[in-house]
Write a protein that binds this ligand. Sequence first.
Ligand SMILES: [Zn+2]
Length: 383
Amino acid sequence: MGAMINRALVIVLGLIALVTITVAQGRQGRGQREPESPAPTIREYKPQSTLVVPAHPVPRAKFPAIDMHGHPPPLTSPDAVQSVVRAMDSLNLRIMVVTGNPGRIPRDQMLQDLQVLRGSPHKDRLAVFANIDFRNVGPGFGQKAAAQLEEDIKAGAVGLGEIMKDFGLTARKADGSRLALDDPELDPIWSTAARLNIPVMLHVGDPAPFWKPFDYSNERWLEMALFPNRRCPPERCPPFEQLIAERDRLFKKHAKTRFVAAHFGWQANDLGRLARLFDEMPNVYVETGAVLYELGRQPRAAHAFMVKYQDRVMFGKDSFAPDEYPYFWRTFETADEYFDYYRDYHAFWKLYGIALPDDVLKKLYFENALKIIPGLSRAGFPQ
Ligand SMILES: [Zn+2]
C-alpha cells in the first residue's frame, strides 16, 4: 500500500516538473520573458525611430489636385469659402468636391453651399454633391428621391454622395425591416444618376476589423476602444460580407451608373480582391479617403495596383485637416521609407512611399476626377 502511494507521488511530482519545464520553455520560445520595469500602455509607447534615411516632405502636390472626398466646414458665407480656398492654395489643391458638410442636415446645407458658391469668385474651386436621406423607405420613395436628385443637379450639384454608412448598417424601411443596399425600391435613383451622367459615391461598411472580436489581436483595437460605436458585433450590424455582396450586386445591376466606392471600398487591405472587382465591374472607381495607412504599408503592391488600375483610382482625403494632406503627397510621390502617419488609432505602423510615375500621378490627382465628374471646371489644370 505504502509503496503504491510512493509510486503515485513520484509520478505526480514528475508530471509537475515536466509541465513547469514545458511552460518555461514555451515562454522563452515565444520571447515572453516578463519585463523588469512596468510595461507602457499602447498609448504611452511612442518609440522614436533611429533610422537615418533621406526624407522628402511634400507640402504641395506635384500637380494641381482634386480632393473628391471633401468635408470642409459649411460654406455659410464668402469668408468661409475664402478660408477653405486659402488652405487649398497652400496644398496645390485646385478643387475640393464637397461630399457632405460635418454636422449639418445634408440637403439644407448643400443648397446653402450652392447658393454661396454661385456668388463667389471661387466657384470653380469647390463643387458640391447632392445627397439622399434614406430613412423610412417605402413604396414610391425611389421615384421621389430620383426626382429630388434631378432637381439638385439642375441647381448645380455635380454628383451624388457621399452616401454614408448608415445606408446598409442602420437605415430601416418604413415597415421596420433593414434597408438592403440593393433594394429594388431604390433603382430609380441609380438609373437617374446614369441618365444625368453623374457619379454616385457610396461609403459602405467600415474597415473589416470592426467586425472581428474586440481583443488584443485586433489591428484596430485602439480605435474600437476609443469609439465603441464603431464596433460591429453581430447583434448590431449585418455581416461585413453581406454588405459587400449587396454592394457588388448593386454595382453589377446598374452597370451604366458610375459608382465611386469611398475609402477604396474598404478593400485597400486586400488589393487582389479589389482587382477582381475592378476586372468584373468597369463602372466602379475608388478614392483614397482615410486609407493611406493601408497603401503606405505595402508600397510595392500598392505601386503595382495603382499603375495597373490607373484609370480607376482618384485622390480623396475625407476629413478636412490641411496639415494631413502632405502625408498623402509624400506617400504617392516619393520613395521615402518608414515615416510617420498622422493618426495613431488608424495604424500603429509607419508608411513607405509608393513613388508613382508622373502620368499615373496626374490621373490620380485630377484627370480621372475630371472624367468621372463631368460637372467640374477644367480651368487651372494642365492640358
Ligand atoms: Zn466621408
